[in-house]
Design a protein around this ligand. Sequence first.
Ligand code: ATP
Ligand code: MG
Length: 255
Amino acid sequence: MLVEMKDICKDYPQGKETVRVLKDVCLQVEEGDYLAIMGPSGSGKTTLMNVIGCLDVQTSGDYLLDGEDLLGAGSNRLAEVRNRLIGFVFQSFYLLPKLNAIDNVALPLMYAGVPKKERRERAVEALKTMGLEDRMTFRPNQLSGGQCQRVAIARAIVGKPKLLLADEPTGALDTASGNQIMDIFDRLNADGTTIIMITHEQAIADRAKHIHYIRDGVLSAQKEDETEKAEAAGRETEEEPLPSAPTGEDGETDA
Ligand SMILES: Nc1ncnc2c1ncn2[C@@H]1O[C@H](COP(=O)(O)OP(=O)(O)OP(=O)(O)O)[C@@H](O)[C@H]1O
Ligand SMILES: [Mg+2]
């Protein structure tokens, strides 16, 4: 199991009180999986992503990343684990504006101690797999949003991480560029990269193998309205068994 969370809680101090932002989150993600997490603004998606990605530490509960308990690990150790296991992709790309595409992509390899020549070769290779062979020496302000995100993905995967974490990767992109990013994710996942992706968009989430929903810090494999429907259906049959009329208009599918 790559990600194994049990009863994870995350509290933030808020004046004299504390706010519980993650509530008893349990999550298991196997190697090779592709999970989308959906939920309203402020529901705890980024907080959860930060704990999964070892950018933040849970207040309570158990978290094993690739079988390892990192609670109490120092910041150097956490940085080393992040660098080795995890690639991050964010809505706003976070590319360094003064560096061209190759140097942006090569940067994590520098932190990993890879020699300069190999850094450059691997960065070029990663950019080619993103279809950016003709944009290698462009700086971020000379690239489109979709191209910037592809550079950011190249940077995320250049160290061959097991786990790719993406927080609203298509949030700043038009539909066509977003779909291009999703095609890249499909390919990475087919090649064995485990992906956890946060999104607001159903069409984007539908590209994943599974969807989980977070609402007010509570993670569930079921959509809340589906839970309500199931409960309502249960109540109907318990109380007064009425024949249920087919509605055929809510357009929901399980696909
Ligand atoms: N450092 C912090 N200190 C205090 N509260 C925080 C902190 N970080 C996040 N929160 C609170 O935790 C809640 C969840 O925030 P989070 O960023 O995880 O939401 P989100 O689901 O990613 O939302 P969005 O879709 O808008 O990005 C919010 O109510 C936020 O105010
Ligand atoms: Mg967020």
